[in-house]
Design a protein around this ligand. Sequence first.
Ligand code: MRU
Length: 338
Amino acid sequence: MQAGSNIIDFKTIEYDHQRNVLTVLDQTRLPNEEVYLTLKTPEDVFEAIKSMNVRGAPLIGITAAYGLVLAGVQGDVQETMRAAELLASARPTAVNLTWALERMKRQISEEPGLHKRLLRAAREIEEIDKTACRKIGEHGATLIKNNASIMVHCNAGALATSGIGTALGIIYTARQQGKKISVYSCETRPLLQGARLTTWELTRQGVDTFAICDNMAASYMSNMDIVLVGADRIAANGDTANKVGTLGLAIIAKHFNIPFYVAAPLSSFDSHVASGINIPIEIRSPDELCSFKGQTIVAEAAQICNPAFDVTPANLISGIVTENGILTPPYGQAITTA
Ligand code: MRU
């Protein structure tokens, strides 16, 4: 696949409208193998999102949109509606999934040309994401000084989008402006998106990158200039759900008086949810946590907690970088007018 932008040298997703297949980079195999999956049905797409071959809030939305394009190949309205329901149930926290599917569903009608309309809408969603990433990068780069040390969590990069990423998009843009940057990437247990994915994409782009265990964050925080994270869902009051561990980083950053910024497109905001308490948090399989390299690491009789996300309250967030600018508290008002 051709690279998605002139900053990034790989592509996460591509729809082939001649063969009607969706190709995605399999993120479960990184950093060791660069393998692409060919998805042919909405069921394939559902599995790829659920199993996290494809992950990251914006990319989940885009992938689901193309899943609906696959569902509409025969022009069957009932089949397409059924697929929309299935895809919406793949992962519960990232609101970009529902955002994308709601846009796509507006195209579903008995009018001729269903497949064409769905394809156009999915391509639009992909373009909106690319543009949002670029603008987030431009706005966010104003926060980054030369020789900055930046802590990041999980992967809010090009791998999580169809563009240059959100939090990492800021870093790429600042580097393009000539700023020298060091990035400290928290490993992000249990699925290690920070260790496996963020270090893969940053080092590929030549960024000075350090991997740290999640429990090293407090030791390194006082040396940071800023913390940058992504978001899966932002409530109307600014409370933000992101990969579990984000809340801990925000608390530590507050302690050391380090600016803590969220980077997210407007498709990650959910005006129907008043505060973080109402954000659904995905609970994933205990298996993800109780083994390492095929070996059991938790006593069999122990119970396992595996929430995939936590909620950082708005009062711990210095600002939210969106495509329309950097929102600052009070968030309620800033979000409504963004
Ligand atoms: O479970 P994941 O890997 O999909 O979680 C991803 C994150 O938490 C990201 O920070 C978030 O989706 C923002 S991606 C631009």
